[in-house]
Design a protein around this ligand. Structure first.
Ligand code: ARG
Length: 595
């Protein structure tokens, strides 16, 4: 079996055992191969196992052939093509084939990693559009949008690292009837808006004022409606007013994105105005729209169950449903995407399921060639387990939340006396790294589907699976090579003279842990869960600590002078740092060299 740097261990073993099955039992050549990692505490059973013998035995029985799983396992073992990755194979228990990884292979894979950097595992490349963040103009960007922003950004980084062609889209809520009243109110409050930018400092307040007038004042209401029409027709003054209003929100969103290091392209609902017209024509043409009390609706499938989409309202206007139908069509037919991911809270799962089915029904989407995912997530709760609010009961402003994180992380650093050792710049870098790191990480490290409790105290703990623990461990690892008294900056040079040795049990365990990276990345991208990657980082850090506690990297005499440096072990430290660095990048953590 050929082995590339870019294949994951599981995939490689799948191909090895797939070949074994095909040659030992040709009639079952299409059986999916089952490879499972073996719990690291039971090292005598090897590192991975193939569990196909039991199932094959059953299948043979159905054909009237009786063969014990253990005998099948033995045959599979005999038919495995040689692989550089496998040290030995052993039959165990009812019929498991245990795989022991080769140390030579591991040592050379780690040398390659140090020489060339962390390589991505090989996957089938797709053109994928990630729709995330997507707050609404004139409304508060709330913690739900924060979750979408954090999860979406990390998914993009993961998929980009896997060499997919990724389009990051901010499906801004910048269109709809509420703009009629906002424009009408703008005309009254800032009559000179065409010549100078209106100084709206609080757009939420502005929204409330205009809503009040809309509800109370008939003349205002009429004008608001006429402004919706002129906006949709593209009358220049209305477009100008709309742009001014959007700019106020846009600026607020942008500061949040900058602080959190988010990159995203704005393509709001307004972008689809003309495409909404054409998608309605398209659906009508296919006979998929039905009249319903003045509206035009569309059922997701022929059974006409569930909730239909409202495609055209009774006043002729369009809805959120219409814009998502237009958007999915644009993404497939114009952007030529074969994978679309929506990072939106679980509350919208019915909406997206209906959109996906309707897109399939109307032949916009072919499920055999296109993958669509609603990456849903639970709500953010306060420490009292109730909806996340400020003490006075208001919704939490994101900017305030980030400020609070900055304050808390400074306190955390001060409590460890770091303010006395770090320069002001180093302290500030550490503070930002901790503040934004812990907010992102505490979101990403839980299964996104469950609700999560937002607690600065918890996320700033320096033990357990937290950003603080990971970042501190990483900093400590980096300091080992830095303080060993020798120059480890030119790794390719050092690798010419030093071999990686995996003789000690803990060295071996660390090496095998690091080599799981590819499997983890593939699993994350398949299932679109990032907590697997967080758990992996945590495992790397704890296994590293075990290694460091029992393996000297640097030996010192009683005076504290360095008397010996173990080069191979320093290289293991550097490989650990490289793996963590790559994972941190995906998770949006910014490590600093001192903290
Ligand atoms: N603006 C919407 C909201 O705040 C989210 C949009 C999500 N994306 C989409 N294509 N519908 O709820």
């Amino acid at each position: 079996a050929k082995l590339k740097d870019s294949s994951s261990i599981t995939e490689h073993l799948e191909s090895v055992f797939g070949q074994a099955i095909a040659s030992a039992f040709p009639e079952f050549r299409d059986t999916p191969v089952i490879i499972a990692p073996v719990n690291s505490t039971s090292a005598k059973f090897g590192d991975y196992q193939c569990n196909n013998a039991m199932g094959l035995s059953k299948k043979l029985k159905e054909k009237g052939i009786s063969k014990a799983p253990r005998d099948i396992a033995t045959e599979l073992k005999g038919h495995c093509p040689p692989s550089p990755l496998i040290e030995k194979l052993e039959i165990a228990g009812a019929g498991f084939v245990n795989v022991f990884l080769s140390k030579d292979y591991a040592a050379s894979a780690l040398s390659n990693l140090l020489r060339n950097g962390v390589s991505p595992p090989e996957v089938n490349k797709r053109r994928v559009l990630v729709d995330f963040s997507s707050p609404n103009i004139a409304k508060q960007m709330h913690v739900g949008h924060l979750r979408s922003t954090i999860i979406g950004e990390s998914l993009c980084r993961l998929l980009e690292f896997l060499q997919h062609d990724v389009i990051r889209i901010n499906h801004l809520g910048d269109w709809g009837t509420q703009f009629g009243m906002l424009i009408a109110h703008l005309e009254d409050r800032f009559p000179n808006y065409l010549n100078e930018s209106p100084p709206i400092s609080d757009l939420q307040l502005f929204y409330k004022e205009s809503k009040k007038r809309f509800d109370e004042d008939e003349e205002f209401k009429k004008r608001a409606y006429s402004r919706v029409v002129s906006l949709q027709k593209g009358v220049p003054n209305s477009i100008k007013a709309w742009e001014l209003i959007c700019n106020v929100s846009r600026k607020e969103f942008q500061t949040i994105y900058e602080r959190l290091d988010i990159s995203i392209k704005e393509r709001g609902e307004s972008f689809y105005q003309s495409r909404m017209l054409s998608v309605v024509e398209y659906l009508r043409g296919k006979g998929l729209l039905e009249a319903d009390e003045g509206r035009e609706i569309m059922w997701p499938d022929d059974t006409k169950t569930g909730i239909p989409l409202t495609i055209v309202k009774s006043d002729g206007g369009f809805t959120y449903d219409t814009s998502d139908m237009a958007a999915i069509r644009h993404r497939v037919e114009e952007e030529l995407c074969d994978w679309i991911i929506y990072v939106v809270d679980s509350g919208q799962s019915t909406h997206f399921n209906t959109i996906f089915k309707a897109a399939e029904r109307s032949a916009i989407l072919n499920p055999l060639t296109h993958r669509v995912d609603h990456v849903q997530f639970g709500v953010v709760l306060g420490e009292d387990g109730k909806k996340f609010k400020t003490r006075s009961g208001d919704t939490v402003k994101l900017a305030d939340l980030l400020d609070e994180g900055m304050k808390r992380s400074l306190l955390q650093l001060e409590s460890r006396g770091r303010d006395k050792v770090l320069t002001p710049q180093e302290l500030k870098d550490a503070q930002e790294s901790l503040a934004y790191g812990c907010i992102k990480y505490s979101d990403l490290c839980h299964n996104r589907i469950s609700d999560y409790i937002f607690s600065f105290d918890k996320m700033l703990e320096d033990r357990g699976n937290t950003a603080v623990y990971l970042l501190y461990t990483y900093t400590r690892i980096c300091s080992i090579a830095r303080n060993c008294g020798e120059d480890f900056s030119n790794l390719p040079e050092i690798l010419k003279k030093t071999n990686i040795v995996l003789a000690h049990e803990k060295e071996w365990k660390l090496a095998k842990t690091l080599l799981k990276l590819h499997d983890i990345l593939i699993k994350c991208s398949r299932e679109l869960f990032l907590h697997f990657l967080c758990e992996f980082c945590f495992e790397v850090c704890t296994v590293f600590t075990e290694f460091y506690d029992s393996c000297y990297c640097i030996e010192k005499n009683k005076q504290g002078d360095i008397i010996a440096v173990n080069h191979s072990r320093i290289l293991l430290c550097e490989a650990t740092a490289a793996v963590l660095r790559q994972c941190f990048y995906i998770l949006g953590l910014k490590p600093v060299s001192k903290m």
